[in-house]
Design a protein around this ligand. Structure first.
Ligand code: ZN
Length: 234
């Protein structure tokens, strides 16, 4: 038997009042823990943040901004994600090499898809390097794609360019990317732990409840933060 994995994409609760230009989803993975995806408008484009993702093989968060004039169009990207269809876009040619973004659906064993930035060399025997990649259940990608399709018409032709990525911190309880509009602005207690910048789901205690239901692993630091919040809420 290989690794046992379990994917339970679920909708965030209590976030129905969020702007139409944002979406957020989390999958609970039996070995990898929480896997977040955030899609939001960013100037004349869309920002897709995967946390965690792999950047040069190391876990990190990956904010990927796609301008509305991305090769093939943002609608194509959204439609491919929504339909679970493979898609290559954002190709850039450099000396002797080519970089492209790719959505690679349906990992044969797992029902997961991967969004990646892939570098290939002109040499047909050359290596294919995954510079960045994020693996998520297909259902979560589909929801992200549908959200992207909803957001694109709201961009408007005269939306200002976003030259710089918006600031994003990772919630200390769940490592969800927290942007200005999704921040809970909650500070609980003044204990030894920095509990600033918690996302709303962690501040309300719903993250800990979901984790207990889904029975997925969580690292010690996150657990300590969430249990401190739970104690403060009790
Ligand atoms: Zn959180």
């Amino acid at each position: 038997m290989g690794r046992h994995k379990q994917h339970k994409p679920r909708r965030s609760r209590g976030e129905n009042d969020r702007p139409a230009t944002e979406w957020f989803g989390t999958a609970f993975h039996s070995t990898a823990g929480m896997q977040h995806l955030d899609v939001r408008r960013s100037g004349n484009g869309v920002l897709i943040t995967s946390s965690p993702a792999e950047i040069d093989g190391v876990p990190a968060s990956w904010p990927l901004r796609l301008r509305n004039d991305v090769d093939g169009g943002l609608n194509e990207v959204g439609a491919a994600l929504a339909a679970g269809r493979g898609h290559v876009f954002g190709v850039t040619e450099g000396p002797g090499q080519r970089t492209a973004l790719a959505f690679l659906p349906d990992h044969p064993e797992e029902g997961v898809g991967t969004l990646a930035r892939v570098r290939t060399s002109e040499d047909p025997d050359g290596d294919v390097v995954f510079e960045r990649s994020a693996e998520r259940p297909m259902g979560l990608w589909a929801e992200a794609g549908e959200s992207l399709l909803r957001i694109v018409p709201l961009l408007g032709p005269d939306a200002p360019p976003a030259d710089e990525l918006e600031d994003c911190r990772l919630c200390p309880g769940c490592y969800r990317p927290v942007y200005e509009s999704s921040s809970s602005h909650t500070l609980i207690g003044a204990g030894p732990l920095p509990l600033m910048g918690l996302c709303r789901l962690c501040a309300e205690g719903s993250t800990l409840r979901s984790l207990r239901q889904a029975n997925v692993p969580i690292d010690t630091r996150q657990r300590t933060v969430l249990e401190t919040v739970a104690a403060a809420l009790a």
